[in-house]
Every structure is written in C-alpha cells, then in structure tokens.
Design a protein around this ligand. Structure first.
Ligand SMILES: C[S@@+](CC[C@H](N)C(=O)[O-])C[C@H]1O[C@@H](n2cnc3c(N)ncnc32)[C@H](O)[C@@H]1O
Length: 278
C-alpha cells in the first residue's frame, strides 16, 4: 500500500512564527470565538451582502471564509487562500460538513496572486503582521480586485494589548511576542499603519475603525497564554527564553487568565478598507 503523502510546508511559512497545522488550528478556533463579533461588525459596515465575490487571503482554518460565505449567500462566491497545506486540509474537511457551495479553498501565496481583477472584496485578517513586505502584499491583493472593489484588512496593534492589574507574566509575554515577530521580519503593531499602506496602494475612500475584545473571564483572556504556547518553539530557537523560563511564564499567564479579578484584553485590532478606483 502506498504511504499517505504528507503535504510539504512551503519555505515562505518560515516568517509565520505561530504554530500551524493542527495545533495552530486549535488556536485559530479560540481566536475565531473572540474575533467573530468584530469581523461581523466590519462586514456590516462595509456592506458585504448577498452576491458579493470575496477572496480571503491567509484564510487559515477558514473561520472567516465561512462567515463571509454566509454573508454572501449562494449567489456569491468566497475563495480562501493559504500557504499552509495542513491548515487548508482542515478548512476543507470542516467545510464538507457545511452546506456552503459558494465556498472553496486553494493553496497559494499572497505574493503570487494573479492579476485576475475578478473579486468585489479581497480580505485578509492577521496576515500582514507576519510579512516583511506588507505593501507588496496589498498591491497583489489590489490586482485581484474589480474596479470599484474593496481591499479589507484586519490586523493587530499589539501595543494596545493590556492587563489590569499589571502582571509580570503578561509583560514577559508581550516582550517575547514582539521580539519573536520582529525577528521573523513582521510588525506586531502593523494595525496602526494599515490606512497608510492602503493609501500607498492607490486605494480611495480609505477608512478605519478599532475592535478590541476585553474580559474578566473566558476566551478573550485565553488568547495570551495559548499564543505564547504557539510561539514557544520560535521563542526558544531565537534564544529569547529557555524552555523552563517559557513554561514558568506560560503557567503564570494561564493563572492570570483564570483570575476573575484581572482584566485582560486581546490585542487591539485595526480594521481598515480602501476602494480600487473605477
Ligand atoms: C494568524 S493566521 C490567520 C488565519 C485567518 N485569517 C484568521 O483570521 O483566522 C495567518 C495565516 O496566514 C497564512 N500565511 C502566512 N504567510 C502567507 C503568505 N505569504 N501567503 C498566504 N498565506 C500566508 C498562514 O499559513 C496562516 O494560516
């Protein structure tokens, strides 16, 4: 019997510092639980409606692709694209259980998006923060848009991530996350400059708003410890902490997340959009 082929990981995923594959998928589910309300609010604000054709770039496990597919309905179309074949396999298998014929996935790199000019909306959530050349990525996203279409972005501003009362484990986590993303060439605070990147791509009617989950209990507080776990290998490989130090910080962060008298936020999310001239 032929051995089952394991999908190969593309080298470009080296800049993506968060665990991918199945462990990464579990984290993306928690992220989806916390971020769905903010994304839905954005889709309502920019008017994603039945019949819209959307490209979701860096779609991961497809949580937003599914949301978009529900908004656009059977007369619309949603294509999710991701570099990671393992995460895409999970997205495809989850989609099989949903009755959404308007949704499909394909493997691809944002930097290789074709000049197809066939989508009404080209969307990316939490992708640009991991890229060394976000402007080039937005330029490629623009090329996939019809005239009059929207580039729609959601990305993080880690500088707006907070805990109150402050705690050393949260501060260690912030330092480790920022250093790890920067070391891989990304920008943990890219949210702040999204509108300027959209303007530089010659998009018009550029707008923005902020969305941020914050809680005393529940999933919003869990984002921090599970993200620390998901970047753990990279933190250690970069020499930023030893495995023992990492475990100590992670344990203390889980404890802080369970403390009902500590407020903890998810990162501040900047949502920004711009229209391709007609
Ligand atoms: C943090 S995840 C976000 C997933 C999804 N957008 C969400 O919000 O749930 C970032 C995704 O971008 C993908 N990615 C990283 N670099 C990419 C690239 N150059 N082209 C396409 N996808 C990429 C990763 O594989 C990962 O699935």
């Amino acid at each position: 019997m032929a051995a089952k082929e394991t999908p190969k990981e593309p080298a470009a995923l080296d800049s993506y510092v968060i665990a991918h594959g199945e462990a990464g998928r579990a984290r993306l589910r928690v992220l989806a639980e916390v971020m769905t309300a903010g994304s839905e609010d954005l889709f309502r604000r920019v008017g994603i409606s039945p019949g819209t054709e959307c490209l979701d770039v860096g779609c991961g496990g497809g949580d937003v692709s599914v949301l978009l597919a529900r908004h656009v309905g059977p007369s619309g179309r949603v294509v999710g694209i991701d570099l990671d074949p393992k995460t895409l396999a999970a997205a495809r298998s989850e989609a099989k259980t949903l009755d959404l014929p308007q949704l499909s996935y394909r493997q691809g790199n944002v930097f290789d998006l074709p000049d197809e000019a066939s989508f009404d909306v080209v969307y990316a959530r939490f992708l640009l923060t991991h890229l060394a050349e976000p402007q080039k990525a937005i330029d490629r996203m623009r090329a996939s848009l019809r005239p009059g279409g929207l580039v729609l972005l959601e990305d993080i501003d880690f500088s707006g991530h907070f805990a109150y009362p402050a705690c050393p484990a949260f501060e260690d986590y912030q330092r480790l996350y920022v250093a790890t993303v920067r070391k891989a060439g990304g920008d943990p605070n890219i949210g702040q400059r999204l509108p300027l990147l959209l303007k530089a791509a010659e998009l018009e009617e550029v707008g923005l708003q902020v969305s941020q989950a914050v809680a005393l209990q529940g999933a919003a507080k869990l984002i921090s410890p599970i993200t620390l776990e998901a970047i753990g290998e990279r933190v250690v490989a970069a020499g930023l902490a030893t495995p023992a130090e990492l475990k100590e910080t992670s344990d203390a962060l889980f404890q802080a997340a369970r403390d009902p008298d500590r407020v903890m936020s998810a990162p501040r999310i900047v949502q920004s959009w711009g229209r391709k001239p007609r």
